[in-house]
Write a protein that binds this ligand. Structure first.
Ligand code: ADP
Length: 502
């Protein structure tokens, strides 16, 4: 770590945190990787190293799974009274809020996002998740079921179900909302009494490591949450394939989702996946454009477009198409690019050089295929991994920029004639099905689209509205199962049916 090379000053808690070794959390202790190896993490605003982090691999995953297994089979956590478990989970939410500024600063340093966004969204939403899930620890229960079966006349049965924790859970998370993704994964697993090995993204391990320190301070029993930093192909793959893991929960690309399914197939461990998207955002001519235009801009540009649910395919009805494109392009031009830690910044850099190059590859491909950039269209020269917010027009359904997830601040804007089958076909013409947006004043049209769009979330006259109580997840290749809400608890419980002959 070399804090001296950073171009903006970090607050004291963050400097202190960066100044200590970044190790793996295994069985309640911070330990170096078994190999002794470390890897650098970069500040995407400057390309400079901000920390050296332990490079966990197969062996470390093995140690972490062993600790999680021990904590599950013989530790206090699964057997704790639900109200006690709930209180501890609630305290995690409180601790996150108590360290809001510090966690937001770390998130910004690591991921590149504006610190103001991390303060307003990532960190409080992460706390919400723990607070919300704390309540489920006492509220998840089974049912009694009247049986009709008649094996032996006169014999009666009493049958009931018991939700039991699924066991040791391997959780693999991405870099776009590092702390929030850790919260989405950890909170429901903990509420159901599971123990966890969390593999954080190699690009953004810092906030989860700080959360690990807070978990120790709070007194979470050892081995309940183990955190391994390292690469996907080594640590991640080892976790997905480990025979000691009962269930894998993954958020990331559809491509890696397929690898996770294959790795988990050997022993048929349970799998849930929250994957990519190419979400349609549809503006009808009757929409309130004063709301819809900024809404469409924020749908794609929030978090630099690095959102699985980004509104990346914008469809506007012909009479309002030009005004919508002009408005979204104006909004894009006004966005102030800069380092996330600068309070004036509205959009930071892409998370990494690889991601910047990936997005630029898509821009080049789109422009070569005949698309036109109304604004943006390239990376910003100089240090850091910045890409200009971009609005592409003249795009056709078959183009890569319309079909594939770019995961950057690039929207393709396309006109449509009317709300008809053709529009719905176009909107659903994707391998993904994560989210969709609809902007209209017509209730009937809103409901028609909400019913016919094949996606796990439909936002009407709003976008990117998340709540810990709302299930989130995808149709088609956007995933298996749902995150958040009551729905996510399914992933972390086994249902036992008990039948008693009376
Ligand atoms: P992105 O493409 O957005 O970087 P990825 O899907 O590659 O997202 O990464 C999300 C998470 O999956 C990260 O924690 C990464 O380390 C992990 N990962 C990448 N490859 C694999 C793999 N083969 N097996 C398991 N995890 C992986």
């Amino acid at each position: 770590m070399n804090a001296a090379v950073l171009s903006y000053s970090l607050t004291q808690p963050v400097s202190r945190f960066l100044g200590s070794p970044k190790e793996l959390l295994i069985d309640g202790e911070w330990v170096p990787a078994a190999s002794g190896k470390t890897f650098p993490v970069y500040d995407p605003a400057t390309g400079r190293v901000s920390a050296e982090v332990a490079e966990g691999d197969r062996e470390d995953i093995g140690r972490a799974v062993k600790a999680a297994r021990r904590a599950f089979e013989s530790g206090p956590w699964p057997a704790l009274r639900p109200a006690e478990r709930g209180k501890i989970i609630w305290r995690i939410g409180d601790a996150i809020l108590e360290h809001l500024d510090e966690l937001a600063e770390l998130e910004s340093l690591d991921n590149g996002k504006p610190v103001s966004v991390a303060k307003a969204a990532d960190v409080p939403l992460a706390a919400d998740m723990f607070h919300y899930m704390a309540g489920w620890a006492t509220k998840r229960h089974g049912i009694t079921i009247p049986l009709s079966i008649l094996y032996t006349p006169g014999v009666r049965y009493h049958a009931y179900t018991v939700p039991e924790p699924v066991g040791v859970v391997g959780q693999i998370i991405p870099w776009n909302f590092p702390l929030l993704m850790a919260a989405w994964k950890l909170a429901p697993a903990l509420a159901m009494g599971c123990t966890v090995v969390l593999k954080v993204a190699e690009e953004t391990p810092l906030s989860a490591l700080r959360l690990g320190e807070l978990l120790i301070e709070i007194g979470l029993p050892k081995g309940v949450v183990n955190i391994v930093t390292g690469f996907g192909e080594t640590a991640g793959a080892a976790l997905a394939a480990h025979p000691g893991v009962d269930k894998v929960a993954f958020t990331g690309s559809t491509e890696v989702g397929r690898l996770i399914v294959r790795a988990a197939a050997n022993d048929l461990k349970k799998v849930s996946l929250e994957l990519g998207g190419k979400s349609p955002n549809i503006i009808l001519k009757d929409a309130d454009l004063d709301v819809a235009i900024p809404g469409a801009a924020s749908a794609i540009f929030f978090n630099h477009g690095q959102c699985c649910c980004a509104g990346s395919r914008l469809y506007a009805e012909e009479p309002v198409f030009d005004r919508v494109v002009e408005g979204v392009a104006e909004a894009a031009k006004k966005i102030k690019l800069g380092p996330g830690l600068d309070p004036k910044t509205e959009m930071g850099p892409m998370v990494s050089e690889i991601q910047r190059n990936r997005v630029c590859g898509y821009l080049e491909s789109g422009l070569a295929e005949g698309a036109r950039a109304v604004t943006g269209g390239s990376a910003r020269a100089g240090a850091g991994y910045f890409v200009e917010p971009t609005v592409l027009v003249d795009t056709q359904a078959g183009m890569k920029v319309v079909q594939e997830e770019i995961f950057g601040p690039v929207v393709t804007a396309m006109p449509f004639e009317a709300l008809d089958d053709r529009l719905i076909e176009r909107a659903n013409d994707t391998i993904y099905g994560l989210a969709a947006g609809v902007w209209t004043r017509d209730l009937s049209k809103a409901h028609t689209l909400a019913a016919r769009l094949k996606s796990g979330t439909v936002w009407v006259n709003c976008y990117n509205v998340f709540d810990a109580a709302l299930p989130f997840g995808g149709y088609k290749q956007s995933g298996w199962g749902r995150e958040m809400g009551e729905a996510v608890l399914e992933h972390y419980t086994e249902t036992k049916a008990v039948t008693i002959r009376l």
